[in-house]
Design a protein around this ligand. Structure first.
Ligand code: CA
Length: 235
């Protein structure tokens, strides 16, 4: 599978003809395209699914594209956003970029240019997401996690088997130790594209980590959830 086949794009455009043209062309390039025709649909889709890129029209029914972008950023979602606007004013452009857009195209635009920019934004984002510090084992508080074997040796000496997702989540949290890892990032990295479990699922993983690794699971020192934002491992 090429990167393009895997990339998932949210296309937000209310003009039906333009929407269909863009969708068709993006699909011809190998992207998977999800459609939204107004601001509310766009917000809902961005919350329910992981996207590699959002193409966002500015003038939309319900909520305008710049407000939608701002809203997505307020939820700590770092998805790249490419704004499409009919207004050719410098001010509008600056506002879009200030509110969190990554790039900007003025309508009418050249289709080739759009596809090039889409490609660039997706590749740039993937490079950041793939930043990976590979290590095989990690020790804390006399717990030893063996990521390759998917096992952990607990401080009492017992060895437990970890599921693949438990191993991936532990690795992600530990690689980003002392920082909050957003829910979106966890869903993207551990659960992959398309299928999102509900928030409870991650909470249950965190509860298990506390049971395995914490001296007192009700007074955790290592595994925390940060309400409304994400999760954190503290060294
Ligand atoms: Ca429009």
């Amino acid at each position: 599978m090429s990167e393009k086949e895997k990339a998932n794009i949210l296309l937000v455009e209310d003009e039906e003809h333009l929407h269909e043209t863009l969708k068709l062309n993006l699909e011809m390039e190998g992207y998977t395209v999800t459609s939204a025709y107004d601001g509310n649909e766009a917000l809902k889709a961005a919350e329910e699914e992981y996207f590699d890129l959002i193409i966002m029209d500015v003038m939309l029914p319900e909520i305008d594209g710049i407000s939608v972008t701002e809203n997505i950023r307020l939820k700590n979602n770092d998805v790249p956003v490419l704004i499409l606007s009919a207004k050719n004013t410098g001010q509008d452009r600056v506002l879009g970029l200030k509110k969190g857009a990554d790039d900007y195209l003025i309508k009418p635009f050249n289709l080739e240019e759009l596809l090039l920019r889409v490609d660039k934004l997706i590749i740039k984002n993937k490079k950041i997401a793939d930043k990976d510090f590979v290590f095989d084992t990690y020790t804390f508080d006399s717990n030893i996690i063996d990521f390759k074997a998917q096992q952990a040796t607990l401080k009492n000496g017992s060895v437990i088997e970890l599921s693949k997702k438990e191993t991936m989540l532990l690795k992600l949290l530990i690689e980003n130790k002392n920082q909050v890892v957003t829910r979106e990032k966890i869903l993207q990295s551990v659960w992959g594209y398309k299928v999102y479990p509900n928030t409870r699922t991650i909470d249950n993983f965190i509860l298990n980590f506390r049971k395995y690794f914490e001296g007192d699971s009700r007074n955790p020192k290592h595994f925390f959830s940060v309400r409304g934002v994400g999760y954190k491992y503290i060294d």
